[in-house]
Design a protein around this ligand. Structure first.
Ligand code: MRU
Length: 371
């Protein structure tokens, strides 16, 4: 039962990060364990760990585990290697802002400690003669450990709160469509888009969830349909090109999706196909809700056009789920991992700090001021 496990966690006895390898689901439940930077990088790149919040938490725990393996005698050398690890993990995937957010939290934690003790910022040149004695090492490790664990714990609380906040948009008997996996597996527990769904289920509100298969990597079929069915929720799987048919048949009352980055104007990047779902929902006058922790909001990115969209290997489209390539091997393939949904297609952005329903630019600034 995948729901008996958290998506990922720190094994403090062996000082490694453990995680469910999501590429193996739904057929095998494989728990992997790592303390190796290349394995961590590949785990994110290959989508063994995926979903914006989960990637962020994984990176935070990884930074702590990697810091234990930096054996240097002076602080400057420690900091240099620490920052190299952060840059390396950050280069694994570009779109989900949670990755850089979590890495920045870990960098800030180290920085605060250094500033407090030595009055210098780690991004500046500082004296190389500060020795990394046992006491300093202990304090650094302790601070990084506590920060990583707090990011992990907060993810659970934040997702639960998104669920509480989103519940007001769910009525008994609703058909809810979701795209990709913004579920438990994309976070530590609850998910973002699925949090209101899990909470509705907990409260005995009867709903039907319709999961888009989500070509090309099938996160909807392999992960969302799987985790919701295991949780005992009434779940239906459909191919991505069946959304309009479902909506025309009156089976969908709302759409709930997650996202990888919210720009300052309220445009959102999410799994490829989300924009199409939003356009169709608008046509049928169906509300379209985006669920996001505030760690996914990027006020420094002005609009959706400024979001870097990850392009992935063509074989994911032509070969991955087939015994042989199903298209001419010389054909050009278009395989962006995400698309951007413009703010005018979004009914509300549901965060743990509150709900924004109109004037997203203003609402996001106010919300982030509080966050
Ligand atoms: O490529 P993936 O599987 O990491 O894409 C995931 C998504 O697009 C999710 O919808 C998004 O990260 C939100 S997860 C709460």
């Amino acid at each position: 039962m995948v729901n008996n496990y958290d998506t990922l966690w720190l094994d403090n006895d062996i000082k490694e990060v453990k995680y469910i390898d999501q590429t193996k689901l739904p057929n095998e439940l494989v728990i992997k364990s790592t303390k190796n930077p290349d394995e961590m990088y590949q785990a994110i790149k290959r989508l063994e760990v995926r979903g914006a919040p989960a990637i962020g938490v994984f990176a935070a725990l990884s930074m702590y585990v990697l810091s234990l393996q930096i054996h240097k005698n002076n602080l400057k050398d420690f900091v240099d290697e620490f920052l190299r690890n952060a840059d390396y993990l950050e280069s694994s995937r570009p779109t989900a802002v949670n990755l850089s957010w979590a890495l920045n939290c870990m960098k800030d934690t180290l920085n605060q400690l250094v500033v407090k003790r030595y009055g210098v910022d780690i991004s500046e040149e500082f004296a190389t003669d500060i020795s990394l004695d046992e006491n300093l090492r202990y304090d650094i490790e302790n601070a990084l450990h506590n920060k990583a664990i707090s990011i992990w714990e907060k993810d659970i609380a934040v997702c639960r709160q998104i669920g509480e906040n989103g519940l007001e948009f769910i009525q008994e008997g609703d058909g809810i469509l979701t795209h990709c996996n913004a579920g438990k597996l994309a976070t530590i527990r609850y998910g973002t888009a699925t949090a209101p769904i899990y909470l509705a289920h907990e409260k005995g509100i009867k709903i039907k969830v319709f999961c888009d298969e989500t070509r090309p990597l099938l996160q909807g079929a392999r992960l969302t349909a799987y985790e919701l069915t295991e949780a005992g929720i009434d779940t239906t799987l459909q191919c991505d090109n069946m959304v309009a048919s479902l909506m025309a048949a009156g089976k969908i009352q709302s759409v709930f999706v997650g996202c990888d980055r919210v720009a300052a104007n309220g445009d959102v990047a999410n799994k490829i196909g989300t924009n199409g779902v939003a356009i169709i929902a608008k046509h049928f006058n169906i509300p379209f809700y985006v669920c996001a922790p505030t760690s996914t909001i990027d006020i420094n990115t002005k609009t959706g056009q400024d979001i870097v969209i990850e392009q992935r290997n063509s074989l994911e489209v032509t070969k991955m789920w087939y015994n042989n390539e199903m298209s001419h091997r010389d054909v050009n393939v278009y395989n962006p991992a995400f698309d951007v949904t413009k703010n005018d297609l979004i009914t509300a952005i549901i965060t743990e700090k509150g709900i924004i329903t109109k004037d997203f630019a203003k609402g996001l600034v106010t919300l982030m001021g509080q966050a």
